[in-house]
Design a protein around this ligand. Sequence first.
Ligand SMILES: Cc1cc2nc3c(=O)[nH]c(=O)nc-3n(C[C@H](O)[C@H](O)[C@H](O)COP(=O)(O)O)c2cc1C
Length: 396
Amino acid sequence: MTRDSRSVASPHVVSIADFRALAKRRVPRAVFDYLDGGAEGEVTLRENCRVYEDVTFRPRHAVAFADCALCTRVLGFDLALPFLLAPVGYSRLMHTVGEVGAARAAGNAGTAYILSTISGHKLEDVKAASSGPVFYQLYLLCGREAAEAAIERARIAGFSALVVTSDTPVAGIRERDHRNGTKELISGTLLEKIPFLPGVLSHPGWLASFLLDGGLPALPNVVIPGQGPMPLIDVAASLAESAITWSDLKWIRDLWRGPIVVKGVLTGDDARRAIDEGAAAISVSNHGGRQLDCVSPSLRALPEVVKAVNGQTEVLMDGGIRRGTDIVKALCLGARAVLCGRAYAYGLAAAGEAGVNRAIEILRTDLDRTLRLLGCASVAELDRTYVNVPRNWDTD
Ligand SMILES: Cc1cc2nc3c(=O)[nH]c(=O)nc-3n(C[C@H](O)[C@H](O)[C@H](O)COP(=O)(O)O)c2cc1C
């Protein structure tokens, strides 16, 4: 039994919050805060999680089912679970198995994995690791030529959909990263690094595996023509130079010719626009509270988007999912499925692939139990009749 599997087998690891605590111990503060933190005052980050408390259940008692069906269909793919693993950049810093381990865990659980552009592993290796569908999340880092090459590679490797993230015209300011000296640690001189080194040196286990893995990876899927993989340090500046706009979407569609998900929609207007531009699905998201602070929590934005879409495309959502009850509430409000970000990434940071497997299992058993307690036989039957929603959610 490896150290990773031992730590997740502990009877004390029963919730995603337990994984968050384990992750906080295993990785340096700069890595943990990169994963855990949000933009500016972290208002949206907090609200993303808290808002689930505003929705309460209306169970149907005195019914019992031998089996509850958790399966759903997203973009024509049959998934065993109504949640996918969201794109999480720099996953290889959290654990060396990174994106490969997360994709394999998703495939083994019968669900889809979405690979971030900011991956430390080659997209071909990530695809090969998973037995399930894998989607590619696209930023236009380093411009159209680099994106075109990545899209072509993703098609050849067998990726099933493109997820175009629309909420990142510049990187949000994550104040914890500044305080932790993340920039200095990545690209500073030795003198600039010194104040921040104790936080890294105090995690020798993580540091040893990070160094054995080759240290800070360049981005193997963002290949600058004539130069090679993009260095990690250039990401924030490059994001600002290569923001995705609606006019890029047609170009992306013509290149890809497969299903496209527009991620980062928070209003009915943007949802309609995404449909007009040919999106096959829309993902309601505020990037886990990491971009514009003080936008609506995702669950709160969901009803407006579902109404505007009016069944024309599938609606996914992400933000703040930490429990099966959160997933059930989002499905009741009209999401076809949800994307989990930190919920599995805490598992990855805490215990690598074993941690992701266990995080998925926690959410799966949560879901099954919640459906039974609700008196609902399948996620396909979940609707508004199973929840109380604050009245003003539908009127404004
Ligand atoms: C550490 C971290 C890195 C992320 N990197 C990306 C990314 O590269 N591309 C992207 O579209 N979204 C990215 N996201 C946002 C997630 O895909 C997702 O929208 C968000 O995590 C959902 O909120 P949750 O973490 O509360 O589940 C990232 C999120 C986190 C926490």
